[in-house]
Design a protein around this ligand. Structure first.
Ligand SMILES: *Cc1c(COP(=O)(O)O)cnc(C)c1O
Length: 404
């Protein structure tokens, strides 16, 4: 039987049956949770081969999210840079304004097929929480979102959105009262009742099968973009750039091009205030091998192997590890991982806003900033495709903070 969700992408047959991409990934969870993960993996295998499920998801993508998202040639920006032509895959135009809805719809459909009544998740800045609350509202499931008390205060608009959508936001008062503790609390809640509820992870991270499953739900980005670039330019893009937090938008884009050896792939990590300052979240660039949140990764850690607090101006990128497939693609040198600072991202945020009339998310601005650097070094006949993972409406208070 074939997985109908990823049959068009280049998975290099990964992960293996235990969820390993090379030495990364796997499942490092308590025994009770392992049973639950095995059930999720088995159900995912079943539905990914079921044409009715795949069609239901495709219909939602088309008629709810608004897929396919267009590809836009950023002519003004390209002309201003004077090098390679820059194209944008417009995930910012999806319903809810980013790529996260792609995997949330998949996960919530899976939850329904498993007979679950409730979806639960952690959220940092609230982007995953909002996307999941949206999908849960549509599908008539309850939704509990665990969020550090500090983040609840910092991200008030997203907390309101989740509540309007009918989700319950549970403030986590333990530890640092941020994302890390929210993850712990959500897992605890999951263990208490793995029968009626299911944990929906927000990126290509966590124990098997999530890195594979979230990638497959996001693969629609790359599958569409490949076709669109062929239609628009008559050939594949020479370069592709995407930002990497956990890595879901990048994996969704890269997956369709892994076997196209002439297409150069770039993953952009957040250098925050500068790699030398320590205030960054460039886990692949600066981290080391370790285990966190149930999987083996390359991570920013202390000498006890605990994830350290990380920082980026783009809250969606401040995660101390990266998806296991990214770690593997780094080791085999198929993808080049590079970094962009806060300052460079904010510059790109303004450049795209003012030259193209597109306000990008600060996360996506990291990819735009690197694309501009790359374009400067290349000839006009070269192309760069940027995955514009989301829109920047959520980031407009940067305008006041940065005093422009
Ligand atoms: C959450 C988010 C990201 C980072 O998540 P990935 O899993 O690395 O894609 C990037 N861009 C936007 C707009 C986001 O909301």
């Amino acid at each position: 039987m074939t997985n109908l969700l990823n049959k068009e992408i280049d998975t290099v047959n990964l992960p293996d049956s235990k969820g390993y991409f090379g030495e990364y990934g796997g499942s490092f969870v308590p025994e009770a949770l392992q049973k639950v993960m095995d059930e999720v993996a088995a159900k995912y295998e079943e539905i990914s081969q079921d044409p009715a499920f795949v069609q239901e998801l495709a219909d939602l993508n088309a008629h709810y999210t608004g897929r396919p998202s267009p590809v836009t040639f950023a002519k003004n920006l390209s002309d201003a840079v004077g090098g390679a032509k820059i194209y944008l895959k417009r995930e910012d135009l999806n319903h809810t304004g980013a790529h996260k809805i792609n995997h949330c719809l998949g996960e919530v459909l899976l939850a329904k097929r498993m007979g679950k009544k409730k979806v639960i998740a952690e959220t940092g800045a609230g982007q995953h929480g909002v996307a999941l609350a949206t999908a849960a509202a549509l599908m008539g499931l309850e939704c509990d979102i665990y969020m550090g008390e500090i983040d609840v205060m910092k991200e008030a608009p997203n907390v309101s959105r989740m509540k309007i959508l009918g989700a319950k936001v549970i403030p986590v008062k333990t530890g640092t009262r941020t994302l890390k503790d929210a993850v712990d609390e959500a897992f605890k809640a999951y263990l208490k009742d793995p029968v009626t509820q299911i944990y929906c992870i927000g990126s290509v991270v966590g124990p098997h099968p999530f890195p594979m499953m979230v990638r497959d739900f996001q693969a629609v980005i790359g599958i569409e973009a490949r076709r669109q670039m062929l239609e628009m330019t008559g050939r594949l893009p020479d370069n592709i750039v995407a930002c990497v937090g956990g890595g879901s938008n990048a994996m969704g884009m890269f997956s369709a091009f892994l076997d196209d050896k002439d297409v150069k792939l770039y993953g952009v990590e957040p250098a925050g205030m500068g790699l030398e300052t320590g205030a960054h979240a460039a886990s692949i660039t600066k981290g080391s091998k370790g285990i966190m949140h149930g999987f083996k990764t390359i991570m920013i850690q202390d000498d006890k192997g605990e994830p350290l607090p990380v920082y980026s101006i783009a809250s969606g990128l401040d995660y101390p590890g990266s998806g296991p497939q990214h770690c593997y693609l780094h080791d085999i040198k198929r993808v080049t991982y590079t970094t962009i600072t806060d300052r460079e991202a904010v510059e790109a945020f303004y450049a795209l806003s003012r030259m193209e009339g597109i306000i990008p998310a600060l996360e996506s601005s990291h990819a735009v900033a690197y694309a501009v650097k790359l374009a400067e070094q290349l000839d006009k006949d070269q192309t760069i495709l940027v995955n514009l993972s989301g829109r920047g409406d959520k980031d407009i208070d940067v305008y006041y903070k940065k005093d422009h």
